[in-house]
Write a protein that binds this ligand. Structure first.
Ligand SMILES: [Zn+2]
Ligand SMILES: [Zn+2]
Length: 366
């Protein structure tokens, strides 16, 4: 059955985000339809709405969804109606060399299908019957969504839906950058640039992994205060002198995480490193942004610089680990959700995020 859903839709870049009624077709082979309970409001959704991420509109936004399966397509054996799931925006074929190497975020077969389902088509149409693209195979800022089965992951009953939703993006991106990409060693020192939704999760990832010192750098005193709650041992206000202050505190950091997405910040992160230190670039910079580093310092001090995409996630392996850390009290999720909205309030949720008012805003569906 085709379902009617209220959804946040980007009609054109740099236009106000609208909420409209859309049609969601039933699942085809290897697909499921979910009824959303919650969807995180992510900076990447905003980037898609402004064209910084060049997903062609019209586009149903949302990729941090949590909900329950209401219908399964032919060939789906892992899920049935009533199962609790969260969405994963990593489309993975499971057969290419990257998927086989345990690096599905680099999947080369289906990552081109970023605004459709993996088969290149969509299940979403507007009131006039025109096709609507979906954000990264998801489009879950909507009451219903039909996705490929590889884009959903089961959730245990002990995680509330609004918190579970965040695991599918901000939490995985941040914590995964520490666990999977950096593989931070216990007793290390770390500095984290940017204490927003992702940066806070890098900070708590460092804490859980056993960093002995975690310095948070941000322009906002409020965010630095929140950073302490998540595990920062020291805080530094962001300005030109931040690297000097960090070096003084740490004696040269073992790891520096860039969660802002700007070459100038990446350079500051690099300047915080001690010998043998590594910068992990987590933030998503504009396409033409560049980073300049001193080439000789790479070999002479065995420094490193590498990127982390979606926390190098292997969703069906990592998400359950994160739920377990939440259940055990180590991973903070409740504290991440700073504001809740209805789907009709989606435009305000985006405005609040742009103004930096939230750790994380979440849309709750009735
Ligand atoms: Zn996101
Ligand atoms: Zn693949």
């Amino acid at each position: 059955m085709t379902r009617t859903a209220r959804a946040a839709v980007c009609r054109d870049w740099n236009q106000p985000i609208g909420v409209e009624t859309i049609q969601v077709e039933p699942p085809r082979r290897d697909e499921v339809t979910i009824r959303l309970h919650a969807c995180g409001v992510c900076h990447s959704d905003l980037s898609a709405a402004t064209g910084v991420i060049a997903f062609p509109p019209p586009l149903v936004l949302g990729h941090e969804g949590a909900g329950e399966v209401v219908a399964v397509g032919e060939g789906v054996e892992d899920f049935q109606a009533g199962d609790r799931v969260i969405t994963s925006f990593v489309s993975m074929c499971g057969t290419c060399r990257y998927c086989n190497a345990g690096r599905p975020v680099l999947c080369e077969t289906v990552n081109s299908a970023l605004t459709t389902l993996p088969d290149g088509t969509v299940r979403t149409h507007d009131g006039d019957g025109n096709a609507l693209n979906v954000f990264s195979g998801c489009g879950v800022m909507a009451e219903y969504a039909t996705l490929h089965v590889n884009n959903v992951v089961p959730v245990t009953d002990d995680v509330p839906m609004d918190r579970a939703a965040l695991v599918g993006c901000a939490v995985m991106t941040g914590v995964g950058a520490v666990f999977n990409t950096a593989q931070l060693e216990p007793g290390s020192t770390a500095v984290v640039f940017g204490a927003g939704g992702v940066g806070l999760n890098v900070i708590q990832g460092c804490r859980i992994a056993g960093a002995r010192q975690i310095v948070a750098v941000d322009m906002s005193e409020d965010k630095l205060e929140t950073a302490r709650q998540f595990g920062a041992t020291d805080t530094v206000l962001a300005d030109d002198k931040a690297p000097k202050a960090v070096r003084k505190l740490t004696g040269g950091a073992d790891y520096a995480f860039e969660c802002v997405g700007r070459g100038a910040v990446a350079e500051q992160a690099y300047a915080c490193l001690g010998k043998g230190g590594t910068v992990i670039i987590v933030g998503v910079a504009p396409r033409d942004d560049m980073t300049r580093i001193n080439t000789l310092s790479l070999p002479a001090q065995e420094r490193g610089i590498r990127g982390s995409w979606f926390g190098s996630a292997r969703p069906r392996y990592d998400f359950p680990r994160l739920f377990g850390l939440y259940a055990g009290g180590q991973l903070l999720l409740d504290e991440l959700v700073s504001q809740r909205y209805t789907i009709e309030e989606a435009p305000r949720a985006f405005a609040d995020m742009e103004a930096g008012r939230n750790a994380r805003g979440v849309i709750l569906f009735e």
